[in-house]
Design a protein around this ligand. Sequence first.
Ligand code: FES
Length: 170
Amino acid sequence: MNMREEIEAAAARYPDQRSAIMPALLIAQKEHGHLPGPVLEEVADILNVERIWVYELATFYTLFHTEPVGMFHLQLCDNVSCMLRGSEDLLRHLEAVLGIKKGGSTPDGLFTLSTVECLGACEVAPVMQVGDDYHGDLDIARINALLDRLRAAAGQTTGADLTAATPPGE
Ligand code: FES
């Protein structure tokens, strides 16, 4: 099923096409990796809704990306429970080892680093979401191990030996 067919199938479950914008954007983002203007317009055209409605949702929610993101989007929670359990230190560490600031992406396209509001998993704070996966009870050692696993996974996907790459600052 192509993107148009997937969006049309999702939209058929809603009496009002405007209600289908969120699932349609998720489908489009999965297909394209992010949501540039032409993709937003295509979604609006498929649903036959006002383009501004699609733009509004795509730019309001942090789960949608109108700019390209790395292969792994690191979304570190910086809300109260996570902050009390050290997320600020984790953010500083991630910025140092990746050589980027919050909101940035590594030049190799592997990682984008963001902070987000409560991920709803405060019982295992501090928490970071990577793609669809949650990683909780994080500390610096676990962050380093996670980055190593992600680099190894990227190496398997791309065929490049990324596991030996030493992050800046280590
Ligand atoms: S405050 Fe971080 S998951 Fe709730």
